[in-house]
Design a protein around this ligand. Sequence first.
Ligand SMILES: Cc1cc2nc3c(=O)[nH]c(=O)nc-3n(C[C@H](O)[C@H](O)[C@H](O)COP(=O)(O)OP(=O)(O)OC[C@H]3O[C@@H](n4cnc5c(N)ncnc54)[C@H](O)[C@@H]3O)c2cc1C
Length: 601
Amino acid sequence: MNVHTRPKAGKATKSAKVAAKAAAPGGSEAIAPDCAGADFYAVDRGLQQLLALYLPPAELAHMEPHFKRLGVLAGGRLDELARIADRNGPVLHARDRAGRDEDWIEYHPAYREMERIAFGDFQFHAMSHRPGVLGLDAPLHPVAKYACQYLFVQGEFGIMCPISVTDTSIYLIRKYASPQLKDYLLPRMLSADPAVQWKGTQFMTEKAGGSDIGRVETVAKNEGGTWRLWGEKWFCSHADADVALILARPEGAPAGTKGLALFALPRRLEDGSRNSYRIVRLKDKLGTRSMASGEIRLEGAVAYPVGRLDQGLKQMMDQVNLSRLSHGVRAAAMMRRCVNEALAAARHRVAFGQPIIAHPLLRRQLMKLIVPTEQALSMAMCAAWVMGEADRGSAEAEACLRILTPLVKFRACRDNVAVATGAMEVRGGNGYIEEWVNPRLVRDAQIGLLWEGTSNINALDVITRAVGKSRAHKALEALLRRRLGETKGLPAPLMGRLDTALTRAVALAETVAAEPASEPQARRAASALYHAASAVLLAWEGTRDAADARRALFARFVLDHRLSPRDPLAAEDAAWEPDAIAAVLDGGPVPLARAARLLAG
Ligand SMILES: Cc1cc2nc3c(=O)[nH]c(=O)nc-3n(C[C@H](O)[C@H](O)[C@H](O)COP(=O)(O)OP(=O)(O)OC[C@H]3O[C@@H](n4cnc5c(N)ncnc54)[C@H](O)[C@@H]3O)c2cc1C
């Protein structure tokens, strides 16, 4: 059956009847397949369009074979390995076989194979920092790097934490460490040879505080020129990393965040012996089960100061912000996997005489999964592009990145939770069963709400700091206004609505930022800014390629459903939607003229 046309309720077409017959009771043909074996790059027109927009042509041409290979891996081997590693999580051993207190973590071979793909083959950890990765003679453009993360995560999410945190640790060492420390750490950290490589991580959170990091109790003592750490860290992902960037309070330093210093904590000392800290236990986690998160006790562990002792948190925030952006990308990736799964299920599964994708209410629910997925992709790719501009010295881009980072982390991670749940529901009861990928997607989505700052902490960062203190929203607004100016071919009323939404979202953010009593509205204001920004970007992206303006349709869905007042007791006037939904779900390109006609409806 043609899924693009809206069937009349209750009337099944001939091909739907054939499908319904195939789905006879007891026949496993009735069970909808998952995406195993899919090529996640080939099916992702949104990603392909944005890469063509944001990457220089030569770099895109060079990277395309790698994106294709990663897309095939993510839907194939990585997906298989991720399933196995999720079911066979890491195990902590307190001692080695000779009874020495040298704790070690045992990983399933599937996890080790994923490490080889990530750190050896694609070298995610090094792609921003040195030439030679994937045959390039320069570090990758951030858009290419985050596109790689986005494709990889559609297969496996858990190991992206060690990958990303190694990358971000290298960033901090390069930026702040002394020349001697750089010489010591960087050749190891940048290596792709597992026999040499040191992977990184980041330990901040303690029992007393995660959000309120000023409550850190770990003490750093300078003993004859050597710094030693005493205390406990309560949440330590990638617990057995070779070098951890860690916050501690030097003896005598003031209380609160001002007294925190940043240290590099090696797992092994220069003579090869183990440093004096132990992994006390591993967390029994809801999600990210392939990756080891633990608790560590520091018992006079040797650590090297990184940068200025009185700038510890400020420096660490560079790493936090890079991780936040990566989390936004990961949320976009997981949502895309959810959408792919939901479409695979909806196209195959038959109910009431026709594939469920033909039922109008289910079609609307599918759009509720697709629109936030495309919003997140637009926002994440824009942030990655802005990062590239900031790297080239643009102050406006730097300010844009400042606000886009917590904005994407906050909203995309929240949307991921709803999208993962919605995709599970589209698969029906099978979506709840661990043999299918949906339960893992639902479990993994939750962590985005917590690490690198909860939703509240990120929304407050957007409103009180990025808007209130840094005024970074001005740079974002300027960028979005330029994008609006470049958007041609869409109906004037839609353009007017986009303009108004942007103006009002900026005004709301400023009002909430200016008035301390408005703090409870920080999440609402940050959401409004995200939706307005993504609607503008979607409209702009949709008009860049006259042959396929599908993305412009998403802009109107965002305007209608996220940025317009609604009366819960009134029937909706959404006559334009069924045809627009058909245009989206049919998989074919939507020429700009057709998109404009639909949008004018
Ligand atoms: C699986 C996992 C792995 C992790 N890995 C790491 C790691 O490797 N390294 C690391 O350092 N940390 C790690 N974390 C810790 C994580 O970053 C923290 O859990 C998170 O920052 C929240 O801190 P908390 O748990 O202390 O909660 P709290 O800070 O106590 O927050 C509790 C609630 O209070 C709210 N809240 C706090 N302050 C405010 C405020 N001012 N206004 C409004 N609401 C507020 C929060 O939003 C939250 O809802 C990990 C956590 C998990 C679950």
